[in-house]
Structures are given as structure tokens and as C-alpha cells.
Design a protein around this ligand. Structure first.
Ligand SMILES: NC(=O)c1ccc[n+]([C@@H]2O[C@H](COP(=O)([O-])OP(=O)(O)OC[C@H]3O[C@@H](n4cnc5c(N)ncnc54)[C@H](OP(=O)(O)O)[C@@H]3O)[C@@H](O)[C@H]2O)c1
Length: 336
């Protein structure tokens, strides 16, 4: 390969979405990559992650992560292989994880990369069940909800990346799992593949009625991926001293959503509501992987993903992910 002449395609944010993102908010660009400096590595991405939190970063204003800059390449989790290296810790053809998604190739210092063991699981699993997605479900259930055997838990967004791992981990901890999703094929996935105890389509059925039917004695835990009407329904079904884990609020990412009208139930029922951000728990990754890798290898933890082919299709995949429906089940990734 002629140094400095390799070109890479990348997706840039060129305008900030108002409400639902549109294809015009994104642009595909080609850049020339620099020669490697000592300590740097050239990586060819194989997969990158498409995540709901990226919508928040497309808005102006500071959140827990800085906003994406206009006219610049987007970023996010990616896995790929080393093509050229000036860091002995990252030999050619090693698999690495980075935060340099939304592009084909990149040059970065080795210390910004993490080696992954692609002999243990498919590399893309490190973006899903074995990545921060899996860790989010694990931390939310273990650290925030502190689930116990025989408890009844409701997990909204159960057929998505975080939700599908949370459903499996909760079942394996001996909980009774109720989950929801936005299409009949997702509900079938929840019932047949994840084997939850009760699943319903929140767009067709009334979540309040479904929870009343499926958890007549009330919920010990609600794992919230959506906020909106499902949060309100969960609040109405909580037992005394129940716990609500605020993981995500996707129903309000493109447009503001009404707060729950029954929040005062937290007082009457002595509820605990706690939010968390997975980046505060990354130091637990090794501990999580020590459990999750053997479980994936043994077929006890399903790695469910939907891979969309081609960097040029990433903006549409992102737009579709923020909608309800059949666009993806499990973790959404772009395959390059
Ligand atoms: N706290 C953290 O550190 C952390 C980390 C990762 C993710 N999260 C949050 O966890 C949630 C799930 O993330 P993910 O990566 O696993 O994404 P995902 O569930 O794989 O994909 C998003 C899903 O959200 C659902 N959705 C879209 N609009 C909705 C609406 N109006 N009401 C209800 N559901 C809607 C859709 O599924 P349906 O077809 O079933 O509606 C869609 O497939 C998100 O809220 C995300 O922000 C939090």
C-alpha cells in the first residue's frame, strides 16, 4: 500500500436535524489518510454501531457527551482490523475496537484502541451483546435495579439491542419477564427466541391493560428504554418499594414527549427511580465479559444483530432505528 494515498469514505453531519433526522442532514465524503507516525495504527473498519444516543449528539448544546460538529465525520463504536501498524501492541490483522465509526478506514494512536478476541465471538458481537450494549443491560439490572430471583420485571423496547440482552439476563436471574416491542415479528422474537413470560405490541395493545393482566400482583422492577406512555403504564403497575431503572427515553428523542401524569405514585408506593449512563461503568467491562463471553459461546446468551450493508446506507439505517417498526431486531450495525 502506498503510504498517505489510501482514501477512506466517511459520513458527516452537515446540518442539525429538527425533529426526525432526514437524509439531507448527512453527507458522504472521501478523505485521504495520512502516513503513520510512530505509535499510530491504520485500521479498516468491518462494522460500526448505530445508537439512539447519537440523536442527542446531533442537537446543539452540551449533554453528557459533546455534540457532533457540523461538517465533520460522525463517531461511535466500531470494530475493525489493523492494516498497518507503528505500535507493537497492535500487530497487522489484530481485531480492535475503537470510537472511530461512520468511516471505512482511520489512523489513530494505538492507545485509543482496545484489542478484542475474535476467536471467542464474531467481531460485531463486541458492538452488541459483548460491548457497551450488553454492559448497559447488565449494569442496569445488577447495579441499578438489583434484581432478585422470583421478581417480576417489565422491560420496554425488549427486541432492541439493550432490551434483548436485558430480557435474557433477567430470565437467567430467575425473574418473571414481561416485555414490549413495536411489531408482531418483534413480539414473536420476544416469545420464541428470548422466551419471555409475556410479550405485547405496545402500539396495538394498551400497556396499562397488558401489565394489569400479566402482573396482577404488580411489578418489582421496570427497565425503561422508551419513557412516554409505557413509563406511565409501568408506574401504574408498580408494587410498593418497586424500582424504576431509567436507561433510555427513545420515544422523546425526535420530539418532546409528555412526562408521566402519575408521577405522584412514587410517593404513595415508595418507589425508587434511578437513571444511569453506561460510560460511568466501563471499569466493569472485564468483569462483565468474564461472564458474558462463556455464556455467548455456550449458546446461553443470544447475540442477535441486524447488519445493514454499506456505509452509504448508514444515515437511512439511523433514521429507521429511531422509528418504531421492523427495521431491525437486536443490535443494529453497519457492515463494511
Ligand atoms: N443509559 C445508557 O447508558 C444507555 C446505553 C445504551 C442505550 N441506552 C438507551 O436504551 C434504549 C435502547 O437503545 P438500543 O441501542 O438498544 O436501541 P434499539 O432498542 O436497538 O433501537 C431503538 C428502538 O426503539 C424503539 N422505538 C422507536 N421509537 C419509539 C417510540 N416512540 N416508543 C417506543 N419505542 C420506540 C424501536 O423499537 P420498537 O419497534 O419495538 O418500537 C427501535 O427499534 C434507548 O433509549 C437508548 O438511548 C441507554
Amino acid at each position: 500500500m502506498a503510504s498517505g494515498k489510501l482514501q477512506s469514505k466517511e459520513i458527516r453531519l452537515v446540518s442539525r436535524p429538527q425533529g426526525e433526522p432526514a437524509l439531507e442532514n448527512f453527507a458522504l465524503a472521501t478523505v485521504e489518510l495520512p502516513d503513520l507516525e510512530p505509535g499510530q495504527v491504520l485500521v479498516r473498519n468491518a462494522f460500526f454501531s448505530i445508537d439512539p444516543y447519537m440523536r442527542g449528539r446531533m442537537n446543539e448544546g452540551q449533554s453528557y457527551v459533546p455534540p457532533f460538529a457540523l461538517g465533520k465525520v460522525l463517531d461511535g463504536a466500531a470494530v475493525g482490523q489493523v492494516v498497518q501498524s507503528r505500535d507493537a501492541a497492535f500487530p497487522v490483522s489484530a481485531w480492535v475496537q475503537s470510537l472511530c465509526g461512520w468511516r471505512d478506514y482511520f489512523v489513530a494512536p494505538g492507545q485509543q484502541l482496545r484489542l478484542i478476541d475474535a476467536t471467542q465471538a464474531p467481531p460485531s458481537a463486541y458492538l452488541g451483546v459483548l460491548g457497551s450494549t450488553g454492559l448497559t443491560a447488565w449494569v442496569g439490572l445488577r447495579e441499578i435495579a438489583r434484581i432478585r430471583e422470583n421478581e417480576t420485571i417489565f422491560i420496554s423496547g425488549g427486541a432492541g439491542a439493550v432490551g434483548s440482552v436485558a430480557c435474557q439476563l433477567a430470565r437467567q436471574s430467575g425473574c418473571r419477564v414481561i416485555s414490549s416491542a413495536g411489531s408482531s415479528s418483534k413480539v414473536a422474537f420476544l416469545k420464541n427466541q428470548l422466551q419471555v413470560d409475556h410479550a405485547f405490541n405496545y402500539r396495538e395493545a394498551d400497556p396499562v391493560e397488558e401489565l394489569r393482566k400479566a402482573a396482577s400482583e404488580g411489578l418489582h422492577v421496570y427497565f425503561d428504554n422508551t419513557a412516554g406512555p409505557q413509563l406511565e403504564a409501568a408506574l401504574a403497575s408498580m408494587r410498593n418499594r418497586g424500582r424504576l431503572v431509567m436507561c433510555g427515553a427513545i420515544s422523546g428523542y425526535n420530539k418532546p414527549v409528555q412526562g408521566p401524569r402519575n408521577l405522584a405514585l412514587t410517593i404513595v408506593r415508595r418507589l425508587r427511580i434511578e437513571g444511569f449512563i453506561v460510560v460511568d461503568h466501563l471499569h466493569r467491562m472485564a468483569e462483565f465479559l468474564a461472564e458474558a463471553i462463556p455464556a455467548v459461546r455456550a449458546g446461553k446468551l443470544l447475540h442477535q444483530e441486524t447488519a445493514v450493508q454499506g456505509i452509504e446506507n448508514a444515515p437511512q439505517a439511523f433514521i429507521s432505528m429511531l422509528r418504531s417498526g421492523d427495521a431491525h431486531i437486536g443490535k443494529l450495525v453497519i457492515r463494511l
